[in-house]
Design a protein around this ligand. Structure first.
Ligand SMILES: Cc1cc2nc3c(=O)[nH]c(=O)nc-3n(C[C@H](O)[C@H](O)[C@H](O)COP(=O)(O)OP(=O)(O)OC[C@H]3O[C@@H](n4cnc5c(N)ncnc54)[C@H](O)[C@@H]3O)c2cc1C
Length: 458
């Protein structure tokens, strides 16, 4: 890259707008993603500046990678030999509209900050995930993040009403729609939601807010066979009349890890079971909702869907249940490990998990382990496989074991984390040739010089 481009970018962005050398290396740190060594980190402060950066990079054919909170799990921010475009200086909340129930903010706004701004108006921004304190609005939009409450509120795609994005040549597409209903032609925002920074840089967004729930009920449930789970999900969905907000399933191996030392958590149940579910409902009237919650769980127990259950009696007990579900770090006790995030239809899950487990232990009889949990209400499982080493050969074999069966089942190699670099070779295992062809056509049309996040997704 020519020094002239860096000089022009510096002149365009002013003091602190372009970091190189040690200052850039200090920013190129992520606990979750491979990030490489960017040539420079540019930090625009406005959409106009993002536009200028992209126009200049496009003219110079200089590849560029957008960075949000750097918590993505598929290495979408990998920036070796590229310029990294950090949205961190574009973090303003522009408006919360309590009547229209919308929040408008810049893409660098931290998710948790946006959620707290909504809460001040007794409103809910329903996206809830472990990375909430670092992930940015632009990042969760660009990865179409899911998280813990998809069963009730959908994924990020379902929460974005409008957005503003900058194309590779610097063109600003302002689609800051605030309306719930707007069928005027193609829904352009969808191009940028979930496309992981390959089609444009998201700079601002309008997010739909919901009424803040004022009741919450949480239970930790033991289940003695997989058969009971889909019936239980259906029963709760129906019985809780639209209030079911989480149905998180954990296989026994996961719960053993998070409830035994050195883990700090302890099981809310006395006995152990093959499967566990963390169930939550959110509604409007605590007393009535809690009574219905208990009644619906009791019915499920009488009908043999639940073997044992503990209902949280305080916020501390509720937090403790969620801490067990979120203590994913305990799975590193099986190190070396690899994490997977797949989707498949619920009736296929039990056989799929047993098939993968058998293949992992047959392949690596000494070290092979499989720990499974996930957002089962959304058909989304997280699989963590323990293997003897983290060599490329082991990874490739494991990918075949885990992704292979999904092809026949119509499953997805990525439920919510995206494709990035990590799953690029397997995109065609979940998408047809014509679908991938159309994706390539869109990419070539919007970014003909291939400067935007090259090497990711396609
Ligand atoms: C502890 C933890 C828990 C998680 N839990 C979940 C979960 O439950 N559900 C889930 O779906 N995901 C989860 N994730 C992963 C999730 O994808 C990210 O947390 C989040 O969506 C990424 O946001 P970010 O701002 O960190 O983006 P980054 O990691 O910075 O970027 C992610 C991708 O988006 C692109 N990008 C970033 N900003 C922009 C922008 N403004 N315009 C265009 N492209 C952009 C990047 O180039 C990259 O390809 C989790 C991650 C962690 C670390």
């Amino acid at each position: 890259m020519s020094d002239a481009l860096l000089d022009t970018l510096e002149a365009e962005l002013g003091a602190g707008g372009v970091l190189t050398g040690e200052a850039a290396a200090e920013k190129a740190v992520s606990g979750w993603s491979r990030i490489g060594s960017p040539i420079a980190v540019v930090r625009p402060s406005s959409t106009e500046e993002v536009s200028a950066v992209l126009r200049l990079c496009n003219e110079a054919r200089q590849p560029i990678t957008p960075w949000g909170g750097k918590t993505g799990l598929v290495h979408g921010i990998f920036s070796n030999d590229m310029i990294a475009l950090s949205l961190e200086r574009m973090d303003q909340i522009e408006e919360v509209d309590p009547l229209g129930k919308t929040l408008t903010a810049e893409a660098g706004c931290i998710l948790q900050t946006a959620c707290e701004a909504a809460e001040e108006h007794d409103l809910l921004l329903p996206l809830d995930l472990g990375a909430r304190g670092s992930a940015m609005l632009g990042g969760v939009i660009s990865t179409n993040a899911g998280g813990n409450r998809v069963v009730k509120y959908g994924m990020m795609r379902d929460m974005v009403l409008g957005l503003e994005a900058v194309l590779a040549d610097g063109t600003v597409i302002s689609s800051m729609n605030h309306l719930i209903k707007n069928n005027t032609g193609y829904d352009l925002k969808q191009l940028f939601i979930g496309s992981e920074g390959t089609l444009g840089v998201v700079t601002r967004a309008v997010v739909r807010l919901r009424q803040m729930p004022h009741s919450q009920d949480t239970a930790w449930i033991g289940v003695d066979s997989f058969d009971a789970l889909p019936r239980l999900l259906r029963h709760l969905d129906k019985g809780l009349a639209g209030n079911l907000s989480a149905f998180e399933v954990m296989w026994k191996e996961y719960v053993d890890l998070v409830t035994n030392a050195p883990a700090l958590g302890r099981s809310p149940l006395q006995e152990t079971w093959p499967l566990y579910v963390l169930v939550e409902q959110q509604g409007g009237e605590q007393e009535a909702d809690s009574a219905r919650f208990e009644e619906v769980l009791m019915q499920a127990m009488e009908q043999g869907m639940i073997a044992d259950a503990a209902i949280a009696k305080s916020q501390a007990e509720r937090n403790a249940m969620w801490e067990l579900r979120d203590d994913v770090g305990q799975t590193s006790r099986n190190w070396p490990i690899y994490n997977y995030d797949v989707s498949l239809r619920i009736p296929h899950m039990e056989h799929y998990v047993e098939q993968v487990r058998a293949a992992v232990t047959a392949e690596w009889p000494e070290k092979g382990t499989l720990t499974v949990f996930g957002h089962m209400g959304d058909g989304n499982l997280h699989l963590i496989a323990g293997v003897p080493d983290r060599t490329p050969e082991t990874k490739k074999r494991l990918n075949e074991i885990i992704y292979g069966p999904l092809r026949a089942l119509g499953g997805s190699v990525s439920a919510e984390h995206g494709i990035g670099i990590e799953k690029r070779d397997y995109l065609s295992w979940s998408r047809s040739e014509s679908e991938v062809g159309l994706m390539r056509l869109l990419k070539a049309t919007l970014d003909p010089n291939g400067i935007l996040n090259p090497g990711k997704v396609l």
